[in-house]
Design a protein around this ligand. Structure first.
Ligand code: ACO
Length: 435
């Protein structure tokens, strides 16, 4: 198990309330991030803090991922995302996130073998797909089937040992791509393709998506590389909405299957995992002539709609993942000869927005979703599967956070407070007297 570093304290902050002074510890992280520890604030003062959207609230300490939004830095377990993207694979990155260190050659081999062993679904679970309508949204199917997976492994609903954790993590990371691919096959009315253990993680996924019984799908190296990068760059992003959801559900001591299933639901929304589908819809409207790039930017500035794939709660200079994916999209399209006019529109749109004060003043830059949809389209992934792809990539991160929360020895259910703004106490009105 990963050993978690302790937080250090660094002096005290002073709070004065109604003439009384309180001292609050200041804590500091590895990267010199400071926080005021308000753990005892309500007990000591009777006050709570008010922070809708939690933009100023540290909900936990974590060893997994570091993001510096001002400087555009993203590191998994201390390794810069640029290095992992240049040299690593998705599986190696998953191992790093989950176990805290890059695997040795033997560890990588063993982990791959474990994932290969887990790639099939129980045949009864296969029948669950028959219960969904063919136009059922693949995110609903993914969330439901991952949760149902727990029914097939009741011994893993409570994780007590490292061995249990490893088995549960491997099952989810391996089977999530089988479930995702089968939801697509179901929607297409195509036979389910069983996984092929001879193939690597990404090739295997593309095989289950696109092969036919009489015609195997053989992706190019550039396509596999682009998919690897897509998964790797999405593998974790510290306490975002879906990760926080996973940790919140875990705080009730819910099992790993249920917790990541809740994470999938949180990811589904348009402002989170659904954003890259919004980008494609916007680019298609421009392509179809509904409005020009310039008109699109003007309408965004009038706040008729948001420029999808722009802006980020954390990144206020640039999103390092967007830079890497822009190159990957370019390389893949070039090497496959697939000409996507939407990439040219995206590049023009980004250029126009980045030279406009509305965006620069608000520090709005392309985020990871701005280019990822182009890659997914070129891989033959339909738009409604985009958040599913994000969920496959994010699974190692969710699992790493689930495990960190499960093993950090702090048993505290997540339970924020509120400022009540409803009606003051009033008398019950009998039915006959109500107007
Ligand atoms: N287009 C136009 N204006 C925007 C955009 C955008 N994409 N994003 C923020 N703004 C504006 C807001 O209207 C607001 O303007 P105002 O000061 O005049 O009121 C200002 O910028 C600040 O906006 P907030 O909503 O407070 O910014 P926040 O940091 O909370 O939002 C978010 C982050 C949700 C990602 C937002 O930028 C957005 O909606 N982007 C589009 C959706 C998107 O791409 N989501 C993917 C995020 S990355 C991910 O989940 C992997």
């Amino acid at each position: 198990m990963v050993k978690k570093d302790r937080m250090k304290t660094d002096g005290k902050a002073t709070l004065t309330l109604n003439g009384q002074t309180y001292e609050l510890p200041v804590i500091v992280g590895t990267e010199n991030e400071h926080a005021i520890d308000i753990t005892n604030l309500r007990n000591e003062t009777g006050y709570i803090t008010f922070d809708p959207g939690f933009a100023n609230t540290g909900s936990c300490s974590s060893n997994v991922t570091f993001v510096d939004g001002e400087k555009g830095i993203l590191r998994y377990r201390g390794y810069p995302i640029e290095d992992l993207a240049a040299h690593g694979t998705f599986i190696e990155t998953a191992y790093l996130l989950i176990f805290g260190e890059l695997p040795t050659r033997t560890e990588r081999q063993e982990f791959r073998h474990l994932l290969d062993e887990q790639e099939l679904l129980h045949e009864d679970l296969r029948h669950h797909f028959e219960g969904f309508p063919s136009n059922g949204h693949p995110m609903a199917i993914l969330s439901a089937v991952i949760n149902a997976l727990g029914c097939y492994h009741p011994d893993l609903l409570r994780i007590n040992t490292e061995e249990d954790f490893l088995r549960a993590a491997a099952k989810i990371i391996s089977k999530v791509r089988t479930i995702a691919a089968w939801s697509f096959r179901k929607a297409q009315g195509l036979p389910f393709m069983y996984p092929d253990p001879k193939l690597t993680y990404c090739r295997n996924f593309l095989h289950m998506m696109h092969s036919l019984p009489h015609r195997p799908f053989e992706p190019t190296d550039a396509q596999v590389r682009a998919l690897t990068l897509f998964f790797l760059l999405h593998a974790d992003h510290e306490q975002n909405c879906s990760c926080s959801t996973v940790r919140m559900v875990q705080s009730t001591e819910a099992n790993m299957f249920a917790s990541v299933s809740a994470g999938i639901c949180a990811l589904w929304g348009r402002l989170h995992g659904g954003a890259n589908a919004g980008v494609i819809a916007m680019l298609e409207k421009i392509h179809e002539g509904n409005f020009s790039v310039q008109e699109c930017v003007e309408r965004v500035k009038k706040k008729e709609f948001r420029l999808m794939g722009f802006g980020h709660r954390i990144y206020k200079s640039f999103d390092p993942r967007a830079k890497i994916l822009r190159e990957a999209a370019n390389d893949m399209l070039k090497s496959t000869g697939y000409n996507d006019p939407l990439l040219d529109i995206a590049l023009e749109l980004a250029e126009t927005a980045l030279n406009d004060e509305y965006f620069t003043e608000r520090k709005l830059y392309p985020n990871v979703d701005f280019y990822s949809g182009i890659i997914l389209r070129a891989l033959g992934i339909p738009v409604n599967m985009f958040p599913v792809m994000f969920a496959i990539g994010r699974m190692p991160g969710w699992i790493a956070h689930w495990n960190e929360a499960n093993t950090d020895g702090i048993v505290k259910i997540h339970r924020p407070r509120q400022i009540y703004t409803g009606r003051a106490p009033r008398k019950y009105v009998p039915l006959d007297l109500r107007k």
